[in-house]
Design a protein around this ligand. Sequence first.
Ligand SMILES: [Zn+2]
Length: 629
Amino acid sequence: MSDILKEILKDLPANKISDASFEGANIVLYTKDEDFFLNDKGIVKKIVNKIKKRIELRPDPTLCLELEKAEKKIRSIIDKTAGIDKITFDPQRSVVIIEVEKPGTTIGKKGELLQKIKAETFWIPIVRRKPAIRNQLIENIRSVLYKNSDYRKKFLHKTGERIYNGWLRGKKDEWVRITPLGGSRQVGRSCILLQTPESRVLLDCGVDVASEKQPYPHLEAPEFDIKELDAIILSHSHIDHSGLIPLIYKYGFRGPVYCTRPTRDVSALLQLDLIKIQRGNDGEPIYTSEDVKEMVKHTISLEYGEVTDVTPDLRITLYNAGHILGSAMIHIHIGNGLHNFLYTGDLKYAKTNLLSPANTYFPRLETLMIESTYGAREAVMTNPKEQDKTLGEMITNTIKRGGKVLMPVLGSGRAQEIIVLIERMIRTGTIEEIPIYIDGLVWDITAIHTAYPEFLNNTIREQIFHKDNNPFIQDNIKRIGSAKERKELLDYKGPCVILATSGMLVGGPSVEYLKQLGNNKKNSLIFTCYQGQGSLGRIIQRGVKEISFKNGSKNEVTQINLEVHKLEITGHSDRRELMNFVGKCNPRARKVIVNHGESSRCLDLARSIHKTYRIETIAPKNLESVRLV
Ligand SMILES: [Zn+2]
């Protein structure tokens, strides 16, 4: 048994504790004593204050009421209006997960109903919101977790042992370095290796889908050894940050991935989609759905602001990044006060239609690593109200011509923002009511948004909770789920808006729509995100009028006659917002590392930060290590 567990047991009354184990950085104690479980007289709290770690007291599985009886009891305690959907027991951990429509009603005033469930069933209740849109993929992810709960318990305990059992590699010198393995001086394949004498962690591990030559980060770098890897910390679900993680599992990694719950769910969806796209391109996918499942099995989800140890000398906290649902900035407290590092991932420092602006307050901060997608001097966006107006006009003009609007979108982020925007424009009478068709993957991700409204900004939350006016569930929003439905939609003569992946027209249904809609002047194509170098989107933006596609052995040509527009709404900060973010960070960083932008943009932003704030800046290339301490 680990020393810390022995230490804790010393402070507890003898024979009260039947088992003690880790769940990641959390410590869980099990008791066979009913009275002690219901009232420990503040003993556990005292130990928490002493060792400053999270400790949970649970009933020993032998105390738990039989499943059938427990379920009956729970249903009788919770009010009918809460809308119980599903009750799932995790007997290994004495935990019961209750999925409901209204979590507030389920919990009761000050959690009194949960207390009652504990006292009468000897199960620990966890309440989860039932997604407003049922989705098979979310169910699959949850069932992977439930079905493997035995394995999960062992895995979480092992993760705790790594954290608490002291230094593995022997503390020698004090140093900290980061090495960008991808995503520096470029957008795509983000991957950063953080090393200390004791720890090796990866921040993100993505795929550059727009690049045929170098789509993957430099995992062959001498610094990186998969056998030494302690953990992966994932900022958000976009494929250029999450896309290669299943490959690490394919190569045998069995440690944890830390991220938020929406990031876990959306990443899995996007990775499964990547497999499909790679197969569709007549290639062999780099990993399979089994590897995605391994990733899900090893995910440890964190809330924003939840502090957790990941190794003996690294403690992380995720903060809202404002970029997409569940996106996080990763704050790393290194070596007990030695250094504090913040990796922004992708960042939006402004309130959007969906999310609150990125957090700027941190307990401590020395080095800031910031993205620069729109870091160039001229990359200042027109104000959001103007953009809303422009989109309204583009749609109205296309309706007048009787055409269709095709919007290639990243599955997560822009698509849902646009749905909210169009819903609002229709509700306020800015545009006519028009059908919005949402193709497969975008639909799935929209469904995930309805499962995690607590990650959305207060305006949308209000709309969903209090006015019962969920912008994602409207009569004019329809799902396209198959090739047959896609064809029917294209045969349909009336105007409509179509949202489909991929956002850069590199594979996926958006390309299929473009082939059919491209030659008709009545239609419009509206780009909604950054178009990577080498992508078809970038080529069309350059004004190319004829595109050829491979169809088996034949080449098919599509004329680009439709109107092409670019919408400058983005989940990224523009130049001004990036500069403001650096200035507003409290405390201010002493060193800034700029990444995630084309070379000139990285350099431009780095120069300006240095000039304005007199902070040391650097824009390393891939494989160029930076020593932080
Ligand atoms: Zn992103």
